[in-house]
Design a binder for this molecule. Structure first.
Ligand SMILES: C[S@@+](CC[C@H](N)C(=O)[O-])C[C@H]1O[C@@H](n2cnc3c(N)ncnc32)[C@H](O)[C@@H]1O
Length: 215
């Protein structure tokens, strides 16, 4: 009986913590967005997005982005670079991957990974999504994984992504429910369409989705 009680208390605490993370944090994040104090996830929390479990379930995301050998690909908001090296391997030596993050500490982590990988087709930049350090129409494909919600002026960032994509280029947006500032797919689609993108493919489900748009 006592064991059952302890188990039930433990279960209740677990469910409470999950609800706090999955729902409470989202409410706080929505308020942040509304009052314009959304901002980048602190670099000191980079380990949260960079854990082996997440990498396993997120790996198919790179398949969904549709990266092809030889492409010029932009990764906006790589964080510590959990997907950067694999994405660069997919574009191969004939392609190029540019990783842009607003936080120097995140780019330092990406650079360390690039060095260890020995790959030479990756460029990194510390820059804002509002001012991408790339010429007009110079990118075939851009992908953003759990980033858009951290950007206060999302339409501005989308317009900038549209500027650097070539006509027919692809923007791939991935969001996961466990991210405290997860946006619903409908919001992602409405915003991208408002910025002039055309929806081409929807992958995944409520918990983890990737939506591809074309310029
Ligand atoms: C939650 S992390 C996601 C990292 C990575 N995409 C992943 O899924 O593992 C979001 C990243 O976006 C970056 N970011 C947020 N706002 C940005 C902005 N306005 N311009 C460029 N990068 C930004 C943050 O610095 C952070 O590294």
């Amino acid at each position: 009986m006592l064991l059952l009680k302890i188990f039930l208390i433990f279960l209740a605490v677990l469910i409470g913590l999950f609800l706090l993370w999955a729902v409470g944090m989202k409410i706080i994040s929505r308020l942040g967005d509304y009052f314009h104090f959304a901002g980048p996830c602190p670099a000191s929390l980079g380990w949260i997005v960079d854990n082996p479990l997440r990498k396993r379930y997120m790996r198919p995301i790179l398949d969904r982005t549709g990266i092809q050998p030889g492409e010029r690909v932009l990764e906006l908001g790589p964080g510590p670079g959990a997907f950067t090296i694999e994405a660069a391997r997919r574009v191969g030596p004939g392609g190029k991957l540019t990783a842009v993050d607003i936080q120097p500490e995140m780019i330092a982590k990406v650079k360390q990974r690039v060095k260890e990988s020995g790959l030479t087709n990756i460029k990194t930049h510390v820059a804002s999504a509002y001012e991408l350090p790339l010429p007009d129409a110079s990118v075939d494909r851009a992908f953003v994984i759990t980033v858009m919600a951290e950007i206060p002026d999302k339409l501005h960032a989308l317009a900038e992504l549209r500027r650097v994509l070539r006509p027919g280029g692809v923007l791939s947006v991935t969001e996961e429910f466990l991210d405290p500032d997860y946006p619903f797919a409908g919001e992602t689609i409405r915003r991208a369409e408002k910025a002039g993108f055309r929806l081409t493919k929807r992958h995944g489900n409520f918990w983890l989705y990737t939506i591809n748009f074309t310029k």
